[in-house]
Design a protein around this ligand. Structure first.
Ligand code: ADP
Ligand code: MG
Length: 228
C-alpha cells in the first residue's frame, strides 16, 4: 500500500510542484495520473521511488517511511519498484537480453535460472526472438516492451510508468496497454501518468487528476476529462 499525507514539494529553484497531496493506493490497483503539463504528475511519481524527497509530509510504501529513509535503505525500496519512462532509457550498447539481465538483482542465483527468468519476461512482452538485437534495431514499441521487461524482471510489487505511450503511435500504445493490463492482473500495482484520452476513456481504471500540485479529482473507473 502507498499512503501520502500532506505532501509538499518545492524544488531548490523555488517552484512548488506539489501543494498538499493526500492519497492512498492499495496493492493491486491500476491508477492513471492525468492533468496538464507542469501539474506535478512526474514529481508525484518520482517521490514514490525516492528520486525526489518531499519538502514536507509523509510517504509510506509497504511500511517503509520514504522521507526518513537512509540512503543505504533506498536500494531495498527500489528492488520492489519497476519504472518505465516515455523515452525508454535502454542501454544502447547492450542487447535486449543484456538490458533485461542487467536489471536483475542477482542474489545467489544460478546462471541457468537467471537465463530462464530473462527469457520468461522477454516471452511475456513478445520479444523472445529479438533477445540478441540492440535497441537501435527495434521499433519504439519494441523498445518500450524491453523497458517493461526490465522493469518487471525482479517481480516488483509496484510498476510506475511516466507517459509510457507518449512517444508511440496509437496501435503500438494499445499493445503496451495490453501488456500493462496483464501485469496488473497478476497482482502488480500500476501507476501510470498519461496524456492519452483514448486509453483512459477506453480501458477504465481509477483516475487521479492533478492540477497545480493538488489532486482535483479521484474517481473509480474515471474519465480522462481534458480535451487533449
Ligand atoms: N528538477 C526540477 N527543478 C525545478 N523545477 C522542477 C523540476 N522538476 C519539475 N519542476 C517544475 O515543477 C512543476 C511540476 O513539474 P512536473 O512534476 O514535471 O509536472 P508534469 O509531469 O505534470 O508535467 C513544473 O513547474 C516544473 O517546471
Ligand atoms: Mg511529466
Amino acid at each position: 500500500m502507498i499512503a501520502m499525507q500532506g505532501v509538499y514539494k518545492t524544488y531548490p529553484n523555488g517552484v512548488t510542484a506539489l501543494n498538499g497531496i493526500d492519497v492512498t493506493i492499495e496493492q493491486g490497483e491500476f491508477v492513471y495520473i492525468v492533468g496538464p503539463s507542469g501539474a506535478g504528475k512526474s514529481t508525484f511519481i518520482k517521490l514514490m521511488f525516492r528520486e525526489e524527497v518531499p519538502t514536507k509530509g509523509t510517504i509510506k510504501i509497504n511500511q517503509m517511511n520514504l522521507p526518513k529513509m537512509k540512503w543505504k535503505q533506498v536500494p531495498y525500496l527500489r528492488r520492489d519498484i519497476g519504472v518505465v519512462y516515455q523515452d525508454f532509457k535502454l542501454l544502447p550498447k547492450l542487447t535486449v537480453y543484456e538490458n533485461v539481465a542487467f536489471a536483475l538483482e542477482v542474489i545467489e542465483e544460478a546462471p541457468k535460472s537467471i537465463r530462464r527468468r530473462v527469457m520468461q519476461v522477454l516471452d511475456q512482452v513478445g520479444l523472445k526472438n529479438k533477445a540478441r538485437f540492440i535497441p537501435d534495431e527495434l521499433s519504439g514499441g519494441e523498445q518500450q516492451r524491453v523497458a517493461i521487461a526490465r522493469a518487471i524482471v525482479n517481480h516488483p510489487k509496484l510498476l510506475i510508468a511516466d507517459e509510457p505511450t507518449g512517444n508511440l503511435d496509437p496501435d503500438t500504445s494499445w499493445e503496451i496497454m495490453k501488456i500493462l493490463d496483464e501485469i496488473n492482473a497478476s497482482g502488480t500495482t500500476i501507476i501510470m501518468a498519461t496524456h492519452s484520452k483514448d486509453i483512459v476513456n477506453t480501458i477504465k481504471k481509477r483516475v487521479i487528476a492533478i492540477e497545480g500540485g493538488l489532486i482535483v479529482r479521484d474517481e473509480h473507473r474515471g474519465e480522462y476529462g481534458y480535451e487533449i
